[in-house]
Design a protein around this ligand. Structure first.
Ligand SMILES: [Zn+2]
Length: 518
């Protein structure tokens, strides 16, 4: 009897829990059908990557993407589409010419990409290559006058390329999804620890130029098969000097140059780097668009979705983070195409300056919701239910990180259930994930979430590399992601209550908020 009673009460609890989080299964099917029959993923992806090109913040490619997103959102019938300033970013930069070749001991082309915001060379410069032990002022002083008129490389940490037997791409196994470890979280303390190294590198490069070096070549340990990882550069900020012409080159080329120098062969390179800086408008912009809410009592409340529109410059930012923009744009298009009349307002925001420190989303949060440094929240902060972000490449959605918000766990489980057949059910982890734009919202206590995505070849091949191009997008995965995001946004917009929140965080300066590099 007791046992039966407890079974009955358990059944009651389960049905109550499910009944509490009702999912409109008919609408979930309509979302799936709209994507299956009328997907615009390919068109969006092509325009954001192939047509606009690299989207370094405040570069012509970034502005192209801002304009295109505004235009397409307006065409789809979204409201209030357009740029929104978030504060001062700094200079734009665009590479116009970037070639490097070996001249001695024989001619060969080198796979090389200029580091953003570096200076141009004076036409093509042909000069000897020398190798320093470290990128520090002691090594520069040791080289003394021999640095003058030379291109410099730094002795690599290792002397091999990555193991070719290791697969590049992977998907998560189902069983790992509920217990993913914390990922990409950076604390302010860790950032304070990194800062001296970043500053040291910046000032060392300025010092190197002062001592007469005409160029610098570098390479990454994880680069293979012509993949070049190229990011960094601080010359975008007003008042900060650009570094000397700097190129990242393929690992295979770099190790060859090292061996030739170690064998006392004379190595000569020809470097031609020509860049344009854009300093007329230093303002940073995001782009936003909305489907206005229709419920008189709830339309002032908002659910947001997005990703960062800016990229690095070695590729066309297809997976970082064209993918997040493509999937969230498609998600809002689906909802608009279905003619839904959301109770709450649905707003997409695609951010700028993410790669330099989540500037666009943080600036937006500060302007609309409040500053984590003092936790003086603005009235709008009480009216935003959630922000959903996508920024881990083009892999399909396998679940979601709740950022430690226990109260949303069962809600999200119910919302993922209809997408079990598409690989999305199950993965609801309490663990945190960081280093992208939902962190700006989380910092002021607004529910901000990042989906769990299959890693594919994001970390190994495309992230910040010259291979971050359209052909490395998985179109089918993006279609799935757009469907799941559309469902989450729809459910958040229609729910009777806003999503439950964690307790407000303590006032603390934002993790990436530094007066860099001084
Ligand atoms: Zn990113």
């Amino acid at each position: 009897m007791l046992k039966l009673l407890s079974t009955i009460s358990l059944l009651f609890i389960i049905s109550f829990a499910i009944a509490q989080e009702t999912v409109d299964m008919q609408m979930m099917q309509k979302i799936k059908d709209e994507e299956k029959n009328n997907s615009q993923i390919v068109m969006i992806a092509h325009n954001i990557t192939d047509v606009c090109g690299p989207r370094l913040t405040n570069s012509p490619g970034y502005n192209c993407a801002l304009d295109w997103v505004t235009e397409i959102c307006t065409k789809w019938g979204l409201q209030n589409a357009g740029r929104e300033a978030w504060g001062e970013f700094g200079k734009g930069w665009k590479n116009e010419q970037g070639t490097l070749s070996l001249k001695l001991p024989y001619y060969e082309n080198i796979i090389a990409y200029p580091v953003p915001w570096c200076k141009s060379t004076k036409k093509a410069v042909k000069c000897e290559l020398i190798m320093l032990d470290q990128l520090d002022s002691a090594s520069i002083d040791k080289a003394g006058a021999s640095l003058k008129g030379k291109i410099v490389m730094i002795k690599p940490g290792g002397t091999t390329i990555p193991d070719a037997f290791k697969a590049y791409a992977k998907r998560f196994g189902d069983s790992s999804l509920d217990n993913l470890p914390e990922e990409y979280m950076v604390t302010r303390k860790q950032m304070e620890g990194f800062l001296p190294f970043i500053k040291r590198d910046y000032y060392t490069r300025l010092y190197m130029e002062k001592k007469g070096a005409v160029g610098l070549v570098l390479s990454s340990r994880n680069s293979i098969d012509g993949t070049v990882f190229v990011d960094g550069g601080e010359g975008y900020m007003k008042g900060y000097e650009a570094s000397l012409p700097t190129m990242k080159i393929s690992r295979e080329d770099y190790l060859k140059l090292m061996r030739l120098i170690q064998d006392n062969k004379k190595v000569e390179l020809e470097m031609n780097v020509q860049n344009n800086f854009y300093d007329k408008d230093l303002t940073g912009y995001n782009v936003v668009a909305e489907i206005p809410g229709t419920d008189p009592a709830l339309k002032s409340q908002v659910v947001m979705l997005g990703g960062h529109l800016d990229s690095w410059a070695g590729g066309t930012g297809a997976t970082d983070n064209g993918a997040g923009c493509i999937a969230t744009l498609e998600a809002i298009r689906i909802l608009k195409a279905l003619g839904i009349q959301p109770r709450r307002t649905i707003r997409i925001a695609l951010w700028g300056g993410e790669e330099q420190g989540l500037y666009g989303s943080f600036g937006y949060v500060k302007k609309h919701f409040g500053d984590p440094e003092n936790m003086n929240l603005k009235p709008e902060a009480a009216n935003i239910s959630a922000y959903y972000n996508l920024d881990n490449g083009s892999g399909k959605i396998r679940g979601i990180h709740t950022q430690g918000n226990e109260a949303v766990r069962e809600i999200f489980r119910a919302w993922l259930e209809p997408f079990k057949d598409m690989g999305a059910a199950g993965g609801v982890t309490l663990s945190n994930t960081g280093s992208t734009d939902h962190i700006s919202f989380d910092a002021v206590g607004i529910p901000g979430f990042q989906f769990i995505q299959d890693p594919l070849e994001y970390e190994t091949r495309t992230h910040h590399s010259n291979m971050d191009t359209y052909d490395h997008l998985s179109i089918d995965d993006l279609k799935q992601a757009a469907v799941v995001i559309a469902a989450f946004v729809y459910n958040t917009a229609q729910r009777n209550d806003m999503l439950p929140r964690k307790p407000l965080p303590k006032a603390e300066k934002f993790v990436f908020d530094f007066d860099f590099p001084i």
